[in-house]
Design a binder for this molecule. Structure first.
Ligand code: DSN
Length: 430
């Protein structure tokens, strides 16, 4: 790395001053372009969001909230944060919003801190049945600080077992019930959870990170107005910059704000909050709502082809942006499946399936989502073709040569839908 004077330090292009990192930025843009991205929690954000996230707002300290900061010079970033909050309120109809959490995990931490005392009992979905590590995994802060109990899905249809939720709620009398999942392909019945929470005198929280885009577009029922607190990330189906957000009713707003700062974080990432504001602006458009409808239709179309190709899907199908392929009855593990799809030009993640007998590092399943490819412009005919490619790749008899042929079919789709051409051919930054 070299720079000759102060002005070049401030203005030199990364390609000149740090060619090693610049080459890696270009390589990652190329990787995203050349493969079919189907990790259910990922998406492609807009050029405008990346511009905000790469802006001089990264230089600003702004502990506190708009109008109540611990630093001077916040008059501009105050307006940015106010816009992000106003857009989130409008999008989801929430009374109160805090856009400062650095991540979904921090948003959950803030919600727990606002609603619970250490040692309180919480009832949430088991990670092995589709929950999340911040929903009480023993080695996570959540499992260490609070006494989590877990519900799961029914063995016969892999839907959330609301009878078990009620039974466990009556037995454990939790202070909080949590709904929300990272690997659940069906609609979640938020009013049914609320009813149980009310019966046992618990607060109710929803982590809607995976489905936030669908909720914003009205293609999944909203938890806002039903739950006391709703947490989310901005970068999954919502498609914005990486980060978190907490929505709440008016009663819990101050407690949430205090939990985020000074409870958990120092200076908010104002450049990322600007990116959140841009993303929330996108999400208010009819174009965004239309895209979310396609996310679900694309997933349903792919699911049909997977089933027609002989694969088992957890719960038999999907209502949302993801499917869970169950490989338990095949000679393949989740690790094998992820590797085969990678060779076929498709990026997914291995994932445990409910009642999985293999360890989490191996698993018997694959989680496959359609949000990113829908943002890229793919529609049902392409997702049907991808469903056929996946089903062929996962047949036990498929050879390496067959996988190379399947990769050519994946590449033919990628080439028809350019992604960030300016980042692979031109500048490496937005
Ligand atoms: N890691 C995310 C996911 O893949 O679902 C959840 O935080």
């Amino acid at each position: 790395m070299s720079f000759t004077d102060q002005s070049s330090y401030l203005s030199q292009d990364i390609g000149e001053c740090d060619p090693e990192i610049a080459a890696l930025l270009r390589a990652e843009a190329e990787r995203q372009t050349q493969t079919l991205e189907m990790i259910a929690s990922e998406n492609f954000t807009s050029h405008a969001v990346m511009q905000a996230a790469g802006s001089p707002l990264t230089n600003k300290y702004a502990e506190g909230l708009p109008g109540k900061r611990y630093y001077g010079g916040c008059e501009v970033v105050d307006q940015v944060e106010e816009l992000a909050i106003a857009r989130a309120k409008q999008l989801f109809g929430a009374d109160h919003v805090n856009v400062q959490p650095h991540s979904g995990a921090t948003a959950n931490e803030a919600a727990y801190m606002a609603l619970l005392k250490p040692g309180d009992r919480v009832l949430a979905m088991a990670l092995a049945h589709g929950g999340h590590l911040t929903h009480g995994l023993k080695v996570n802060f959540s499992g260490r600080l609070y006494e989590f109990h877990h519900y799961g899905v029914r063995r016969e249809d892999c839907r959330i077992d609301m009878d078990q939720v009620r039974e466990l709620a009556r037995e454990t009398r939790p202070a909080l019930i949590v709904a929300g999942a990272s690997a659940y392909p069906r609609i979640i019945d938020f009013p049914a959870f609320r009813e149980i929470a009310d019966e046992v005198g618990a607060r109710f929280m929803v982590d809607m990170a995976h489905i936030a885009g669908l909720v914003a577009a009205g293609v999944h029922p909203t938890p806002v107005g039903i739950a006391d607190v709703v947490t989310t990330t901005i970068h999954k189906t919502l498609g914005g910059t990486r980060g978190g957000m907490v929505l709440s009713n008016a009663e819990h707003g101050t407690a949430v704000d205090r939990a985020v700062f000074p409870g958990l974080q120092g200076g908010p990432l104002m450049h990322i909050i600007a990116g959140k504001a841009v993303a929330l602006g996108h999400a208010l458009t009819e174009e965004f709502r239309d895209r979310q409808r396609h996310v679900v239709a694309n997933c349903a179309a792919m699911a049909e082809e997977l089933v027609a190709g002989g694969l088992n899907l957890v719960s038999g199908g999907t209502d949302n942006h993801l499917v869970l392929v169950d490989l338990s009855d095949t000679p393949l593990t989740g690790v094998d499946g992820e590797h085969r799809l990678e060779m076929a030009g498709i990026t997914v993640n291995k994932n445990g399936v409910p009642f999985d007998e293999r360890p989490p590092t191996v698993t018997s399943g694959l989680r496959i989502g359609t949000a990113a490819l829908t943002t890229r412009g793919l529609r049902e005919p392409e997702l049907r073709e991808i469903g056929r490619i996946i089903a062929s790749a996962l047949k036990p008899e498929t050879s390496e040569a067959d996988l190379a042929d399947l990769r050519a079919r994946s590449n033919a789709i990628s080439e028809r839908f350019p992604l960030y051409p300016h980042l692979t051919a031109g500048s490496v930054v937005a």
